[in-house]
Design a protein around this ligand. Structure first.
Ligand SMILES: [Ca+2]
Length: 293
């Protein structure tokens, strides 16, 4: 800009000087007619150019002042922007630090929670194990108590049964698991049945081979009546004690044979096998106290 102004000023001065020379040649158009320009134009030119130079100087000063102010203003703005950026950077660093601390706290909290959860799980497992052990121990104790109670109850029942039979069936003995009375006197089957009934008992049936074996060792004679017959339906052997079919029959070879169509009552022969025989025959007899079989 300064160069342009200087060029413009020089051009204006040259044009003015040229004008003076032209006017000297053409007297009719000029009041500035110079015959010796270097000497004659000095004061005149200075007086003419002084306002212009002052004006240029003034503007130059304004321009300089203006540039300085603009530069200063720009610098201030840059400083302000820099300050803002520094502040924002500081805030960003602060936020970053807070974020990192928050993440660290979260990790610590997570780890602490995980440790507590694992501790609780371990405690629960230990408690569960202890409960299972205690429960198992209690169950064992309960089973032992129950077994003991059942044993004592069975013993008490046996004692009460023995006392009961001692009072109610004084002639009866415990053979195997039941009470029997063995009579060696000779009686017909109906007489034997009546004799048992008079004692509050029944002519006996035998429940199984084990009981038969237990009775056998108590016998002193060969033949004993049992409370078994097929007098109502031929071939259907009933127990007079229970009113049901006889639970155990162990026939001798070829028996029952209904010999002479007269054998309807059952005897125990030799303590080992059964035979149908005439009910009027007289043998010993066996009674039972119960009606179970
Ligand atoms: Ca027979």
């Amino acid at each position: 800009m300064l160069r342009i102004q200087t060029y413009f000023l020089c051009a204006l001065l040259a044009f003015h000087l040229h004008g003076c020379q032209s006017d000297g040649q053409d007297k009719a158009r000029s009041v500035c007619l110079l015959q010796d320009p270097p000497n004659q134009c000095g004061d005149f030119c200075l007086s003419v150019l002084e306002p212009l130079l002052n004006h240029i100087a003034k503007h130059q000063e304004q321009w300089n002042t203006s540039d300085a102010l603009k530069l200063q203003d720009t610098q201030a703005k840059l400083d302000k922007i820099q300050t803002t950026l520094v502040g924002q950077t500081t805030s960003f660093d602060d936020l970053k630090g807070r974020l990192e601390r928050t993440e660290t706290n979260q990790k610590d909290l997570h780890n602490e929670s995980q440790i507590k959860i694992e501790g609780l799980q371990s405690s629960l497992q230990e408690m569960g194990k202890n409960f299972e052990e205690r429960l198992l121990k209690i169950e064992v104790q309960q089973n032992a108590i129950q077994t003991k109670m059942e044993t004592e109850r069975a013993a008490l029942q046996t004692t009460l049964t023995r006392i009961y039979h001692t009072i109610e069936f004084p002639k009866f003995k415990l053979i195997g698991s039941r009470y029997f009375y063995i009579d060696d006197t000779e009686n017909s089957w109906p007489e034997a049945k009546e004799s048992c009934r008079e004692m509050g008992a029944h002519l006996a049936a035998i429940k199984d081979a084990e009981e038969l074996a237990a009775i056998k060792v108590k016998l002193t004679k060969k033949r004993y009546w049992l409370g078994i017959n097929d007098r109502e339906f031929s071939g259907v052997y009933m127990s007079v004690a229970s009113g049901k079919r006889a639970p155990f029959l162990k026939w001798g070879s070829g028996e029952p044979n209904h010999a002479g169509n007269a054998e309807r009552c059952v005897e125990l022969l030799g303590g080992i096998e059964m035979n149908d025989n005439k009910c009027s025959d007289k043998y010993g007899f066996i009674c039972q106290s119960d009606t179970e079989f």
